[in-house]
Write a new protein. Structure first.
Length: 256
């Protein structure tokens, strides 16, 4: 059952957490049972639930530390069909301990394996780095969706991520696949093309999702701390785009 998708990228500011949150909500709106796993110490995908990470003892850090089981850390949300395994600053401390052994990079995969069969799809929000939590989130996944913005570095950022994918495949014998490249804050294909050599763009083009997330001012007015954009304005351009990405994933993953 290959239903675990990690939303990742190598640098901050591309909108990974916003994408993970809104995509998860959109899939739930289509009637899918979704688990969102926040692997980031900043916990941006968890903030809208108004949990104080300093006081919360039921989060991913506690699961990784072996203090509680994964089922005990998962909770429901205001959106029917969407559950969340929250992140928090405790992930910073536990990751420093777990990074000492390469075998620990597979720990999150073992945890997700315990619960993924209860969901149509599991979405992991990975931090923007090459650190333990990012590698663990990718090792736990069946598929990677790379979030990029159409700047001058998007091609090199993507290929750097591919090198990490190869490391994971070789080191952990994990068949991590590339689900696609998702362009955020992008209003036209021309913006992508202008930042890439023609021959490189044509090579990468088949991996790019047809739906782009536009540079919608609603994304600034309604940050992830307030929850998925669809809760506030389902007709907003960005809301409709996330629903479009959700439809592409439902088709690609053959979700019934």
């Amino acid at each position: 059952m290959k239903n675990v998708l990690t939303i990742s990228g190598l640098k901050g500011g591309t909108g990974k957490s916003v994408t993970a949150l809104n995509l998860s909500a959109s899939l739930a709106l289509y009637g899918k049972k979704v688990l969102l796993v926040d692997c980031d110490p900043q916990a941006r995908a968890s903030q809208w639930r108004k949990i104080d990470s300093k006081e919360n003892d039921h989060d991913l850090a506690q699961v990784l530390a072996g203090r509680i089981g994964v089922a005990d850390a998962v909770s429901g949300t205001d959106i029917e069909g969407l559950d969340i395994l929250p992140g928090g600053f405790g992930l910073f401390s536990i990751s420093r301990k777990l990074t000492r052994r390469i075998d620990n990079e597979k720990l999150l995969r073992l945890i997700i394996d315990e619960i993924k069969h209860d969901y149509d799809i599991v979405i992991l929000d990975a931090p923007s780095s090459c650190g333990y939590l990012s590698i663990a989130a990718l090792t736990a996944a069946d598929w990677l969706a790379a979030v990029v913005i159409p700047d001058e570095d998007w091609v090199s950022d993507f290929y750097s991520l591919i090198r990490i994918v190869r490391y994971i495949r070789q080191s952990h014998n994990t068949p991590l696949g590339i689900a696609g490249i998702l362009f955020n804050r992008c209003n036209s294909e021309k913006q992508m093309e202008n930042r890439a050599a023609p021959e490189v763009f044509e090579k990468i083009r088949p991996l790019i999702y047809k739906t782009m997330i536009p540079d919608d001012e609603m994304l600034d007015k309604k940050p992830p701390s307030l929850g998925p954009l669809s809760l506030y304005d389902i007709k907003a351009q960005a809301s409709q785009a996330y629903l479009g990405i959700a439809r592409e994933i439902i088709c690609a993953f053959n979700l019934k």
